[in-house]
Write a protein of this length. Structure first.
Length: 278
């Protein structure tokens, strides 16, 4: 699997990818790049520790961060747990029984995981389209689409997305739905419900998939933040708690914050706020 963005838009401005900036890096290349960034910055990463909550007690300037390894007291906390921290699983999945596999897209690695001859992919965004294209040569693929997306080259979208205002469905970058149909993919409307071995779409049609892949997106990793962290209207990287900041989640930073290029703006704003904080 490769990234949707090219190398130029997948790296920090001060630490670009080597080689052709127009190529789309592989996932393993991105992992290697992030490890390189970690070493270059001298960051000490502590793995296996989860944040459980944060609060400001009284009128002081110290925050109390609760973790699975105990409490930490600090003046500043940055929540960078990401916009795609928790796989979003539809409730109807609990009622479904299939002979093959039921996977979220985050668990998918390669076509051989799907041992059955047919597969239903739920979700018509970029993940669903990528999966449909990869599985179409070896499987009978059905793609369930709730909100049809327009087709647009990724490079053009990435140049414009930071100027856009308001929530808009992300376009599909690689194949259009028509191109998928030409490749043999069956396009259906959204799933309404499931019962035992069958899935019913919103138009009333029914299918009995052998395997299901859920390209149904993710929820952000801000579930450990208190309700008072949200402010309205949002201000980039800011929360309602002095000293608590959020990076990489569009609900706090704006459109594009969940990309490497966009989160740089969050980081710059946070660094400035920390330096200027009394």
């Amino acid at each position: 699997m490769v990234l949707l963005s090219d190398a130029r838009h997948s790296a920090l401005p001060s630490l670009p990818f080597l080689g052709d900036q127009r190529r789309r890096p592989r996932v393993d290349e991105m992992i290697e790049y992030l490890s390189y960034v970690e070493g270059d910055l001298g960051v000490k990463t502590v793995w296996g520790v989860r944040a459980a909550g944060v609060e400001r007690r009284g009128s002081g300037s110290v925050l109390h961060l609760s973790t699975t390894e105990g409490e930490v007291q600090t003046r500043n906390v940055v929540c960078a747990t990401g916009a795609s921290a928790h796989p979003r699983i539809p409730t109807w999945v609990a009622d479904l029984r299939v002979p093959g596999v039921v996977l979220h897209s985050s668990e998918y690695l390669y076509p051989r995981q799907v041992l059955t001859s047919d597969v239903l992919i739920v979700g018509g965004g970029n993940s669903g389209v990528q999966l449909a294209r990869e599985l179409a040569p070896s499987h009978a693929v059905t793609l369930a689409v709730r909100t049809p997306r327009r087709h647009q080259p990724a490079a053009r979208y990435l140049r414009r997305q930071f100027l856009a205002r308001g929530p808009r469905p992300e376009p599909v970058f690689e194949d259009s739905y028509e191109q998928l149909r030409d490749a043999g993919v069956r396009i259906c409307p959204a799933v309404a419900k499931a019962g035992k071995s069958s899935v019913t779409f919103v138009d009333g049609t029914v299918t009995t998939p052998s395997s299901v892949i859920l390209a149904t997106g993710f929820d952000p990793g801000d579930d450990w933040l208190p309700d008072s962290a949200r402010i309205d209207p949002p201000q980039r990287a800011m929360t309602g708690i002095p000293g608590l900041f959020v990076a990489g989640i569009p609900q706090y930073g704006g459109r594009g914050s969940d990309t490497i290029a966009g989160v740089w703006r969050d980081a710059t704003a946070i660094a400035r706020r920390i330096i200027e904080r009394p």
